[in-house]
Design a protein around this ligand. Structure first.
Ligand code: NDP
Ligand code: OXD
Length: 310
């Protein structure tokens, strides 16, 4: 049986080398060189057309080469019944995400752009900065990514609150859950960071109404998915002076079109979906372990709940 690589992120040679080092008898195929479809029992997928999955009669495992699985869930009907979907949970990726969220937040709080503007005018002037414990940070999503950012930011002295689907307890973090508590959660936040998975329930969660619940001067950071934010509503909330600005790693259309207003907006900074990376070196061991477990019938790691969608 064979494992099929379906991603344009790399040509697959890195994954082939790493996985065959862990599983010497592995047959690794790279789409579109699929060979006999009946010989495929697992697929490694990332933002790739998945129509052919339904043609692999012995497929048992689809492994997302990312923490998110919305790219698979949006074509769930193409994944045959009984196939297990897994995702990545990688401390290296989580650490990169926490670092990126800190960078985005600190650039705002410590007024990097303001100092750059002053420096460009050769003005040696101090700007006001807040004390960490006077800043309230709200994190949407308290899973692998959001939970880590929350813990690190709480340890740095910020007032941290988090929002999840189910009730949670995290040391040093004031926790909220469910849509009924979203307004209360958002109201005092100086900085709002979105680290949610994209599901039908979280689609458009940051919209005119929820921006309205935020206090005047709040700053928005999104590293979840572009479709968490209604982009026109964000621009309107910033242009009206209600929100201070935003830093967005993800957008509804990636890459953004040449005429996307985010390119030109002085209070919106964008990144090209680069907050945290899938690093083959750190992620290959869990893929290899799951492939081994699948073959021996042991429970798999990092299995996605298809009903919850994440
Ligand atoms: P997890 O599944 O570990 O955590 C998801 C969190 O979101 C959980 O706390 C969950 O609540 C919460 N959540 C889910 N649905 C809802 C809802 N309807 N209402 C409130 N909270 C909800 O995911 P990760 O932390 O690993 O990753 C989160 C997302 O980050 C990924 O799905 C991906 O979209 C994005 N990502 C972006 C990257 C980038 O480079 N920009 C890199 C990696 C990930 P509960 O705890 O109750 O289940
Ligand atoms: C992920 C991502 O989900 O990079 O891993 O967005």
């Amino acid at each position: 049986m064979a494992l099929l690589y379906m991603s344009r992120q790399t040509n697959g040679d890195d994954w082939r080398d790493l996985l065959t080092a862990e599983l010497p008898d592995l047959e690794f195929r790279t789409h579109p060189e699929t060979g006999d479809p009946a010989g495929i029992d697992a697929a490694l997928v990332w933002n790739y057309p998945l129509e052919e999955l339904k043609d692999y009669p012995n497929l048992k495992l689809v492994a997302s080469l990312g923490a998110g699985v919305d790219h698979v869930m949006s074509v769930r009907h193409l994944v045959p019944e009984g196939v297990t979907l897994t995702r990545l949970i990688d401390p290296a990726m989580t650490a990169q995400m926490t670092e990126w969220c800190l960078m985005a937040m600190l650039n705002h709080l410590r007024n990097w752009e303001g100092y750059r503007a002053l420096r460009n005018e050769r003005r040696y002037v101090e700007l006001d900065v807040p004390i960490p414990w006077d800043v309230t940070v709200g994190i949407l999503g308290l899973g692998e990514m959001g939970g880590d950012s929350a813990r690190v930011m709480a340890a740095m002295g910020y007032q941290v609150r988090g929002w999840s689907r189910s009730a949670k307890q995290l040391d040093g973090v004031t926790c909220f859950h469910g849509h009924d508590q979203l307004e209360t959660f958002l109201a005092p936040c100086d900085v709002v960071i979105c680290l949610l998975p994209l599901t039908p329930d979280t689609h458009d969660v940051l919209n005119a109404r929820s921006f309205g619940w935020m206090k005047r001067g709040a700053f928005v950071i999104n590293a979840g998915r572009g479709h968490h934010i209604v982009e026109e509503d964000l621009i309107a909330a910033i242009d009206s002076g209600h929100l201070a600005g935003a830093t967005l790693d993800v957008q509804r259309m990636e890459p953004m079109g040449d005429d996307h207003p985010f390119w030109y907006h002085p209070k919106i900074m964008t990144f090209p979906h680069a907050a945290a990376f899938t690093i083959p070196r750190t992620c290959a061991p869990q893929i290899a372990e799951n492939y081994r477990r699948m073959r021996t019938g042991e429970p798999l790691l990092n299995v996605v709940d298809l009903d919850r969608g994440y």
